[in-house]
Design a binder for this molecule. Sequence first.
Ligand code: TRP
Length: 336
Amino acid sequence: MPKKGRILSGHRPTGRLHLGHLEGTLRTWAALQDDYECFFEIADWHALTTAYEDTEPLRENIEQVAIDWLAAGLDPERSVLFVQSDVKEHAELHLLLSMVTPVSWLERCPTYKDQQQQLGEERTAGYGFLGYPVLQAADIIIYKADTVPIGEDQLPHLELTREIVRRFNHIYGPVFPEPQAKLSQFPVIPGTDGRKMSKSYGNTIDLNDSPEAIAEKIRKMFTDPEKIYQGDPGHPDKCPVFVYHNIYNKERTEHIKPSCQSGELGCVDCKAELIEHLLVALEPIMQRRTDLEADRSVVREVLAAGAESAREVAAQTMIKVRAAMKITPSRASGTY
Ligand code: TRP
């Protein structure tokens, strides 16, 4: 079957993945695997741009991301799953792209300013952090990816990638395609307090939470703020629990909606029903997680094989890049 194109996307290995990643990102990626040639990258160098001092947890975080990806259905038979630092060609391309990238483009990037405000001047003062989008551009174009499934927060980085591609191609000739963003079709899932699910808000349901922990989080979850007593009429459209029913208990929403609105269905029962369905939906993922945790060799083999495949493609691109830039090896063999 001819594929529609080539995808690259990735995550930084910063802590555990949660239900927001599962619904918003991983399901999208898993669904694209049949139609596209897919490369999924664990961007450990990107994690270093701000967390450069605390490198101790890096290896474990990388493997945790890989476990979550495999458990959620990213399939190493169909996709290349790899760690950025295993493919040194990304660093070479990052360096070369940095020659044609004006610093002003990077300083103007909205994510740069946001992060500076959130993390403070000191942590974001590094040269590596300023170049974050250049490294991301290298990640994408070294595979000549034409499609990049990302969240809206990453759009400025993709725009910069496209600008860098245009400038590179203009100076050295047409080497790279301009990649397009592909936004997720899946719903944004709220956190347990009704805000966006995010580790920094402490409102996540994590893929490695126990069933008991998940049940407890749902029991404490925010509901419609106007429904205070059991018989009060509720407003499902303002209730984060109802968003979850829509995903995990779809067939029953036609019943739940009117019985919440009439006040007949109380939050305790409504949540108990959700817990049951949510745990059934997550069970296969958790089972795969447990199996992979028990035998890490599978995970390591997947990443090692992924690095091989990724490197082959990246090395081919670098041959073209060096030729376009007239960078030639000194060795008589003409190779590096
Ligand atoms: N910056 C992305 C994030 O924070 C991670 C990332 C690194 C990425 N390289 C990428 C995403 C290439 C898409 C394509 O999540």
